[in-house]
Design a protein around this ligand. Sequence first.
Ligand SMILES: Nc1nc2c(c(=O)[nH]1)N[C@H]1C(S)=C(S)[C@@H](COP(=O)(O)O)O[C@H]1N2
Ligand SMILES: [Mo]
Length: 358
Amino acid sequence: MPEDDINLRGGRIVRSEEPLNLEMPFETAESFITPTNSFYVRTHFPIPKIDRDAWWLHVEGEVEKSFAINYEELVGLESITIPVTLECAGNNRNFLEPKVKGVQWGLGAVGTAEWTGVPLSVLLDRAVVRSNACEVILEGADHGMLDDPKSPPGELTFSRSVPLEKAKRDVLLAYRMNGKDLPPEHGFPVRAIVPGWYAMASIKWLQRIIVSSEPFTGYYQTLDYAYWKRRGDIAELSPIAELQVKAEIAWPAQGETVPANSSVRIRGAAWAAGNEIVGVEVSTDGGSTWKEATLLGEMKPHAWRFWEFDWKTPSAPGKRTLVARATDSLGQTQPVHRDPDRGTYMINHLLPITVEVR
Ligand SMILES: Nc1nc2c(c(=O)[nH]1)N[C@H]1C(S)=C(S)[C@@H](COP(=O)(O)O)O[C@H]1N2
Ligand SMILES: [Mo]
């Protein structure tokens, strides 16, 4: 992307101002932990202004003891800190041909932060979940009206659900990001972190937790952030959930020029839904032949893994297409072609990066 097409805010690409959508230029992904001021921002409504001293988080629904907890009490509970990669379900959308509606994310609607907070299970235990419960709905405080004719009339909030088992095992109620209070755009004062799932589930500006005995069918669960699942020849909408295995090339970036007849370090990151990344392969000839890249650092569940590959560039000048492909411990790898049943989300087919050898 030419530099002058990019309106930079704190080094991030402004995909839209209202609502605020900021992307990290993926070539700047150089450290396992993404600095907070580089981390992508995805919002659907204006960022709510929340006074944390007046903030309450309500826990209700299919529980024996509904209650509300305030900020002071929540941060007084025992906390844990974990690195978790968040990826927007629409990341890489600008690779789709033909062009589709939606925020035109390139490679950078993804990042990894260290999140500090209280496991959701602690609050669920306090509320005593009834035996008929199957899901936990998380509701944000942000709200607004949509011009989608399929959206409910009037105002709606941003809400999503997770299965009870996953809610108890993995979900974190985070109030710190990389060691500091959550910034307003990332969900101040408290957000959910749902490790291993696309980030639409990681509800920001959390205000209510509703335990439910039936599957949630809210707007962002069914009409948006859903894909077509096949039951024989019947297509049914299914909520987007687990991250799909993916590798992305951070360097060289699309359109870069690299020297001929030399060694160029290709580097990037790879992630999957909590499964280990067992390998990343790189192709420098548009996907005809593949070689193993080196995985860097150590594996952390629910976080990306950096990798690199030394490319001996050809002596002949010309365009070259680079592709990376990750495989996880379940043997899942990236498809060559886009699955149209996924609409404009869950984009993990092979992404070509074209560079100029000169
Ligand atoms: N309340 C609320 N939570 C939300 C959203 C939102 O608009 N409102 N956007 C979701 C989406 S689609 C993504 S990708 C992540 C982005 O988190 P970030 O802005 O901290 O990167 O937040 C999720 N949580
Ligand atoms: Mo997203």
